[in-house]
Design a protein around this ligand. Sequence first.
Ligand code: AHG
Ligand code: MN
Ligand code: MN
Length: 281
Amino acid sequence: MKDIFKAIEEVAFSIDSAIKNEDLGYSDSENSSGEEQLKLDVQSDKIIEDRFASVSSVKALVSEEKEGVLEFDNDGEYTLCYDPLDGSSLVDVNLSVGSIFGIYKGELKGDNIVASAYVVYGPRIELVWVEKGKAPILYRAKGREFKEIGEIKLNPKGKLNASGGTQQHWEAKHKAFIDGLFANGYRLRYSGGMVPDLHQILLKGGGLFSYPATTDKPNGKLRQLFEVIPFALVYESAGGSAIDDKGKRLLELVPSHPHDTSPCFFGSNSEIEALQVAYGI
Ligand code: AHG
Ligand code: MN
Ligand code: MN
């Protein structure tokens, strides 16, 4: 797994440089979710594909920006599922964005994720790496290297509240639940990039991030293999919880297509318990 970690460190610096220096315009194509691809989405995808082509333990790639599975000609044991540039539409307003990686062994489902990582491109570059069964570890870039900062642990209860989706399309129970959190003193923190939003909750000790089912997106927006399941591993390993709107652990999701989405909730245990009560799940 060391070779995968090293490759992620390297692509993080290359993608950061692309974000800082390259053209911000649209490409002339769409991704599998029907979203217009920015040139930076396509470029970041290519940076990861080119680097992982020489990582012999990775036999296949599944990317937000690719339709199917890209198989390499090797005997590797892992499949890397990734979102090369999450929140890419925030680059033109100079907000933080990220990359997300899930490393799977065997069939592509929650139970088979063995490690995950994400990179935050903000005022500094940070990387979080977690292997199943261990605590997530935070690294911060210094020069051209990542230095280990320490383990990440969520408090049992936090203060931050971040919910995605258009409020007009929220279900009544979601609106009532979110209003209830604010009535109990929670602060709104939502940038529209799941990587910095989830990272903030993790590092500030806790809270809740939701991307619920909405009337316009009944299965939510965030994609299981390269957004939802990798962060579920980070949150559970930090001592928190990660469930869907039926109360099922996100680490038990079994996607039937690489681009399947799921409603998702990540948080400290106290907020997830409050969600279960409010949703009756
Ligand atoms: P991407 O840029 O990879 O398509 O993902 C953006 C995602 C995620 O980062 C964020 O939490 C969510 O979209 C925001 O969606 P809403 O604007 O609907 O809240
Ligand atoms: Mn994304
Ligand atoms: Mn993306």
